[in-house]
Ligand binder design. Structure first.
Ligand code: ADP
Ligand code: CP
Length: 325
């Protein structure tokens, strides 16, 4: 029975820092990610890809604003579904191009994720979307357009929107059926389209769910063997951004919890990744990995030698002596 990895891919991996988000940029960046997924397939893993959409959904929201009054704006949750189509298509094309006959079918699934209507996060915008601005531009845009803006992990200012906790993946059952039959599935993109339960069915709410938390929910629901959080840094760093910063090769759940409690990982960047990894382990998962596309394969190798070039592994119990550096 092949193992299953749920791989979360940051929106910032598709639109790199300094890029504006053209189609060609995203297409090229997706090819790198496709190489990683194809190597995982070659190593016998079933793969579910959960992509971010922060840069893309924010760009789309600006395009919507510019379109007024010629065409009506669509709600934010609906823009989330549009980015699932956009990025799902880019990833599918990249996988087919890189994988050719090596890979089976690829399916990108519009996915809805249930949130609670009374989640306090709905009144507290925290999720950065769209382009980066300097402080003056951000203040101007906030005044002109009624945006909430905030500083994003030392990289500049961005629009921020509510980001409630995902509680259930509506399409988890069909995703499992596809994965079990060997299909590479792109699902819960952008954290999923946020919906709340109604008497009959669901209705969308204006928010952007954190894709790392949605990926964890999905990984737990699928009883996946690994949760892989792909981002722009090879390893999680302790004392990030200080002269004392140092990489972590392996953290037990207890250590991850302690470092989170000590405020080592900022909300809106590394915090959700470490918390998602921790939740996966606490809900029965074996190992979670945080790294760049280049090191995914090696990082999933639990037997990797102590000096191997790997990312950060979050595990139930220590596998390597002296692995936390
Ligand atoms: N403790 C830390 N260790 C490593 N990177 C950190 C840490 N704290 C903040 N970061 C920053 O967080 C970024 C990852 O978060 P983000 O860019 O939001 O992720 P995503 O790839 O999902 O878009 C890293 O590239 C790094 O700049
Ligand atoms: N939805 C989401 O978490 O997107 P990013 O990973 O791009 O921030």
């Amino acid at each position: 029975m092949p193992k299953t990895a749920v791989v979360a891919l940051g929106g910032n991996v598709l639109t790199l820092e300094g890029q504006s988000g053209t189609y060609v940029e995203q297409e090229l960046n997706a090819l790198h990610m496709a190489e990683t997924v194809c190597s995982l397939r070659d190593a016998g893993w079933n793969v579910v890809l959960v992509h971010g959409n922060g840069p893309q959904v924010g760009n789309l929201a600006i395009q919507q604003e510019q379109g007024e009054p010629l065409v009506p704006q669509q709600p934010l949750f609906c823009l989330g579904s549009m980015t699932q189509g956009q990025i799902g298509s880019i990833l599918t094309l990249a996988l087919r191009r890189v994988g050719g006959s090596r890979i089976p079918d690829v399916a990108s699934l519009v996915t809805h994720v249930v949130v609670e209507a009374d989640d306090p996060a709905m009144d507290r915008p925290t999720k950065p979307i769209g382009p980066f601005f300097d402080a003056d531009q951000a203040t101007l845009l906030a005044n002109q357009r009624g945006w909430s803006v905030a500083e994003d992990a030392g990289r500049g200012y961005r629009r921020v929107v509510p980001s409630p906790e995902p509680t259930r993946i509506v399409e988890a059952g069909v995703i499992k059926t596809l994965v079990d039959s060997g299909v590479i599935v792109v699902a819960a993109g952008g954290g999923g389209v946020p919906v709340v339960r109604q008497d009959k069915g669901y209705t969308g709410v204006d928010a952007v769910i954190d894709k790392d938390y949605a990926a964890q929910q999905l990984a737990t629901a699928l009883k996946a063997d690994a949760l892989v959080l792909v981002t722009g840094v090879e390893r999680v760093l302790l004392d990030f951004g200080t002269p004392q910063q140092r990489p972590v090769r392996e953290m037990t759940a207890e250590e991850a919890e302690r470092h989170l409690g000590d405020g080592q990982f900022p909300e809106g960047s590394m915090g959700p990744k470490v918390r998602a990894a921790l939740r996966f382990i606490r809900n029965g998962g074996e190992a979670a990995v945080i790294t760049t596309p280049r090191l995914v394969q090696a990082s999933l190798d639990a037997e990797a030698k102590a000096d191997a070039d790997v990312g950060t592994r979050i595990v139930t119990s220590r596998t390597q002596v002296g692995a936390t550096r």
